[in-house]
Design a protein around this ligand. Structure first.
Ligand SMILES: *Cc1c(COP(=O)(O)O)cnc(C)c1O
Length: 226
């Protein structure tokens, strides 16, 4: 199977999941996660119509994006260290992985210096998994007003990476929890939070059923990582 074939299959599955959930399939964006794969694979996916790509490491994003076709949109989906904010901001359209108040402050500060407004998602550790990055739910509740007040940051919604479970029904409650948290904070703060970035290759169907607006799919498109 070629990357184009895989993409067509993922798009079909995504649309089917959307329809089954009574949602407009166009309301779910596909972020093609190209980590560990070369720019030539990105070019192949772009040739097949894919526009949005996700990387989880700053260095890899910065190295790959200039080698890939122009006109693509790059998202950072992995942990970002404060000292790399300045380098990555010009290269990426959305940061999914803002996971601390300090990092949010640093992004807003640097964005201000660059004269930009930076779109971000807050990563939330809904499953309280010690191995994962993300705001604890209690912290995001407590700090939301302060985060939303940062001048050069536009919080668009939330992202989560639940612990891997072969049984996607055990992952479903984590996706639902993120949606409930979003609904709660949207209501409480009167702040539009339209985006929910959740779901990967093996569990995007249930993520879409639970309201995902962005799914981050790597191995189903590019193949198993070595
Ligand atoms: C690698 C990665 C993905 C994609 O995972 P697949 O199982 O390959 O689809 C999604 N989100 C994040 C944060 C990742 O690091």
């Amino acid at each position: 199977m070629s990357i184009a074939d895989n993409l067509a299959q993922v798009r079909a599955n995504l649309a089917a999941a959307g329809r089954a959930a009574g949602r407009d399939p166009a309301s779910v964006a596909l972020v093609a996660v190209s980590k560990t794969w070369p720019a030539s694979d990105v070019a192949e996916a772009a040739e097949a119509g894919q526009r949005v790509f996700g990387e989880n490491k700053v260095q890899e994003l910065l190295a790959k994006a200039p080698e890939a076709p122009a006109g693509l949109e790059w998202h950072l989906i992995g942990h970002l260290q404060s000292n790399k904010v300045r380098k990555v901001l010009p290269a990426c359209a959305l940061i999914h992985s803002v996971d601390s108040v300090d990092l949010a402050r640093q992004i807003s500060r640097v964005a201000g210096e660059l004269g930009r407004l930076v779109r971000v998602l807050l990563q939330v550790n809904v499953a309280s998994d010690e191995a994962k990055f993300g705001f604890p739910v209690a912290v995001v509740r407590r700090e939301f007003a302060a985060l939303a007040a940062l001048p050069n940051l536009e919080i668009r919604g939330f992202m989560t990476v639940p612990p891997y479970d072969e049984d996607v029904e055990r992952t479903r409650p984590h996706f639902a929890a993120l949606r409930h948290l979003r609904d709660e904070l949207e209501r409480e703060h009167g702040h539009a939070l339209p985006e929910l970035s959740m779901g990967m290759s093996h569990d995007f169907r249930v993520a879409i059923e639970e309201g995902a607006t962005m799914v981050r799919v790597g191995s189903s498109i590019f193949g198993r990582r070595g």
